[in-house]
Design a protein around this ligand. Structure first.
Ligand SMILES: [Zn+2]
Length: 110
């Protein structure tokens, strides 16, 4: 499927499979579909320098999550208890759902 990497959605539980945070899990806070990137809660922190402002008079360094490429992420399968390759199928009611290719568990529960 051409859009294979577009399966990650906001609110998903994902596992990081590459980079310095490899092995960490977190919840997707934001997705950038065109850039194929996602921000994952408490993963891929980067330090950012901030200028003094009214809220923060001193300025300084804050840590903030930076977007990760979605190819570095796998959807977490609660049944397998690890990251899973995801497939799509269409249910009888025409809903498109994601499922774990390892255990067939549906990832979208309505
Ligand atoms: Zn599974």
């Amino acid at each position: 499927m051409a859009k294979e990497h577009n399966y990650i959605k906001k609110g998903d539980q994902v596992v990081v499979i590459a980079g310095k945070d490899s092995g960490k899990t977190g919840r997707v806070l934001r997705v950038f579909p065109k850039k194929l990137k996602a921000i994952v809660e408490r993963v891929n922190f980067v330090k950012k320098h901030t200028k003094p402002s009214q809220q923060n008079q001193k300025g300084g360094i804050i840590e903030k999550e930076a977007p990760l490429h979605v190819s570095n992420l796998l959807l977490y399968c609660a049944r397998c208890e690890k990251g899973a390759r995801i497939g799509f199928k269409i249910l009888e009611n025409k809903t498109k759902v994601r499922y774990c290719k390892r255990c067939n568990e549906l990832m979208d529960k309505s």
